[in-house]
Design a binder for this molecule. Structure first.
Ligand code: CA
Ligand code: CA
Length: 267
């Protein structure tokens, strides 16, 4: 029995330490949730490109771009523009807005020399391009990517009108849950940022040209989706002596980030 005499205090000490650690984790989780709640959701912000994408707190950071070929740099064009078969454009899936058109859908890419429009890098897409059954060559363009439910993501993209003479429009949707309409302008690229909360293990963003169907379309470039996370290392440490004091603020029933696991504290 002798060893137990020494073991018991050790066990008790580690149990107490564990309980404190858990409370510290919980305090940190609450601080992190409060930081994430500073992010405004579903409010599209439009600014001249390249724009200012500052996050609303020094403790927040954005992750890697989750999209493939978001800047439409692939494939590298060997001519100023090309209406490419869908399979030739990695990452993106297109369909004609005119669903009666049975011809294979085409995604038109243009390079920066065609109209000297100074896109992001060298190429961009036009969403009312060419190769349809009629002059209505408008497309819906989407891409799906892995997400985690209740996590916060930021979508950003560049848009501009091909010209000022034709009626332009762009609808942007996040899954089936949310959409927002824009009227792109012709006198420069605008960058749009939009924060959203994922509801599933995958999310799809969709861009649809909603102007007239006349082969003069909305131009799209630099599409990115990045997760917004809390940098837990930077967060102020929970104050000693707080335990047993005021009741902890509960996020139960809150709109998001109800538990530690939903917050990516370790990223
Ligand atoms: Ca580009
Ligand atoms: Ca058009």
């Amino acid at each position: 029995m002798k060893p137990l005499r020494y073991l018991t205090p050790c066990l008790l000490a580690s149990l107490v330490a564990c309980a404190h650690l858990k409370e510290d984790d919980q305090d940190t989780a609450e601080l992190a949730a409060a930081e994430l709640n500073k992010v405004s959701l579903y409010q599209a912000d439009t600014a001249p490109a390249p724009g200012n994408s500052a996050l609303p707190s020094q403790y927040l950071e954005s992750g890697e771009n989750l999209l493939i070929n978001g800047s439409f740099e692939n494939p590298v064009l060997t001519e100023p523009w090309s209406a490419l078969l869908n399979d030739a454009v990695p990452g993106w899936h297109a369909s004609w807005v005119d669903t009666s058109c049975a011809d294979p859908v085409r995604i038109e890419l243009q390079n920066k020399d065609l109209f000297s429009l100074s896109p992001d890098q060298n190429q961009y897409a036009e969403l009312d391009g060419n190769g349809a059954c009629t002059a209505d060559a408008r497309i819906t363009l989407n891409q799906a990517f892995a997400t985690l439910p209740n996590h916060i993501y930021r979508l950003s993209f560049w848009m501009r009108a091909r010209d000022a003479e034709h009626k332009m429009g762009l609808k942007v949707a996040i899954d089936q849950n949310y959409s927002v309409d824009f009227v792109p302008v012709a006198n420069g690229w605008q960058v749009v940022t939009l924060n959203f909360e994922a509801t599933a293990q995958a999310t799809t963003i969709t861009f649809t040209d909603t102007g007239d169907g006349d082969t003069y379309g909305t131009l799209l470039d630099a599409v990115e989706v990045r997760e917004i996370t809390v940098d837990a290392e930077k967060l102020p440490k929970p104050k000693a002596g707080k335990r047993g004091g005021k009741k902890k603020q509960s996020f139960e029933g809150g709109r998001r980030h109800k538990d530690c696991h939903a917050m990516n504290l370790n990223r």
